[in-house]
Design a protein around this ligand. Structure first.
Ligand SMILES: Nc1ncnc2c1ncn2[C@@H]1O[C@H](COP(=O)(O)OP(=O)(O)O)[C@@H](O)[C@H]1O
Ligand SMILES: [Mg+2]
Length: 366
């Protein structure tokens, strides 16, 4: 076991990156082990957020110089481990992983294909394997919109195949509404017609399953219900990507659907996988997304729960780092890593609060 760990976090200034770095700083104090963190970031404003030892600006992930810059950083600082925080960057790095491995950098990353897969690909993989996914129709022609309403009924959920945070998604009650939304977004250059899909609308609970895997084995996981999103009153759907209030749940059905979804996406899962699950009106679970990425708040849950419980095993960012470095983890539950009924409450400029729904006790953790 190395006394000091040095790591490279890319996209460190995004919310997920800040949460990840914060979680590791907490673990470092809890276990008395120094962690040296080099962070990279494209956005020079956001680069001020994470607590880094060294901060480096990188070009956007789509720039050919992105990888070159990272490899230069690796040669200079010799990190033991690389954690790409945004999916866009993780996908590029996973595709070029050999270049990092050759420089002796460890990682725990899903395959390139398992990171940010298209929603229609998810639908096909999962439905052919018998996992419940919302009925989905692709659009090759604007006439397909009417056909989808005839076949699936109303309302429907209109969404693009790519992107995150419910971007450009909308509940549509009629073919006219769907057509107008598509036409406007095509006209304003945000998406093409065939990039949209229509799915059955699921009105029930909005659930998330977060899981950590090592060479095909589920190491640990947690599940939660999203209850509120920031700025919900000024967004058309009320969904703005990452929740401002969520509550841990412990339900066998959710755990088993989440696990199954990951295995169907990736036959040998390795790294962190997020699953989004929505309920229909009768409480039946449907997987809307499975992705080899970290949900933004996954490391924040680990940070908050480990800080309050003083149990470093609950710090999932640290667990992931240890696994990636080839170190052993002591006994960790495969499911329900956090106690049921904990609320994580966050809002811009207001900090983060962990609340125990049973006792009413709360802790300001950030
Ligand atoms: N078929 C659906 N019906 C109703 N809401 C949906 C449906 N699919 C997704 N959603 C909502 O949109 C949110 C984002 O969808 P998700 O599948 O996670 O894709 P992404 O996060 O990539 O935008 C979900 O958390 C859920 O609240
Ligand atoms: Mg999602």
């Amino acid at each position: 076991m190395k006394e000091q760990i040095s790591l490279l976090v890319t996209g460190a200034g995004g919310m997920g990156g800040v949460n990840f770095v914060r979680a590791l700083r907490e673990a470092s104090v809890a276990v008395g082990r120094k962690i040296f963190i080099v962070g990279t970031e494209y956005n020079t404003f956001h680069a001020h957020f994470p607590e880094l030892d060294v901060s480096v600006r990188t070009p956007a992930h789509s720039d050919p110089d992105f990888l070159k810059t990272l490899l230069k950083v690796v040669r200079e600082y010799r990190p033991d481990f690389i954690h790409p925080s945004p999916s866009s960057e993780a996908k590029v790095i996973s595709g070029a992983l050999d270049e990092f491995t050759n420089l002796h950098v460890h990682s725990l990353l899903p395959s390139e294909d398992s990171i940010a897969p298209d929603k229609d690909v998810i639908f096909e993989r999962l439905s052919s394997a018998g996992v419940s996914v919302p009925d989905t129709r692709r659009l090759a022609d604007i006439e397909d919109v009417k056909r989808a309403f005839l076949e699936l009924g109303s309302p429907l959920w209109l969404r693009p195949k790519r992107g995150a945070g419910a971007r450009l998604s909308l509940r549509v009650d009629t073919a006219e509404q769907a057509e107008l939304w598509i036409r406007l977004n095509v006209l304003q250059g945000r998406a093409k017609l065939d990039e949209f899909i229509l799915q059955s609308y699921l009105p029930g609970r909005d659930l998330a399953f977060d899981s950590l895997w090592l060479h095909g084995r589920l190491v640990t996981s947690s599940a939660r219900e999203r209850l509120e999103y920031p700025f919900k009153h000024i967004s058309l759907t009320g969904l703005t990507g990452t929740p401002s209030v969520a509550r841990t749940i412990s339900e066998e059905a959710v755990n088993s659907v989440g696990t199954e979804a990951v295995i169907r996406l990736d036959a040998e899962p390795n790294g962190f996988y997020s699953v989004d699950i929505k309920e229909d009106g009768a409480g039946k679970l449907f997987v809307t997304e499975v992705d080899g990425k970290w949900h933004t708040t996954a490391p924040l849950w680990g940070y908050a729960c480990s800080k309050v419980s003083r149990d470093v095993l609950q710090n999932i960012a640290y667990d992931y780092l240890l696994l990636g470095l080839g170190e052993e983890l002591s006994q960790i539950p495969q499911y329900d890593l956090y106690q049921e009924g904990l609320y994580l409450i966050r809002q811009m400029d207001s900090g983060v609060v962990l609340l125990d729904g049973k006792t009413g006790r709360s802790w300001r953790v950030v």
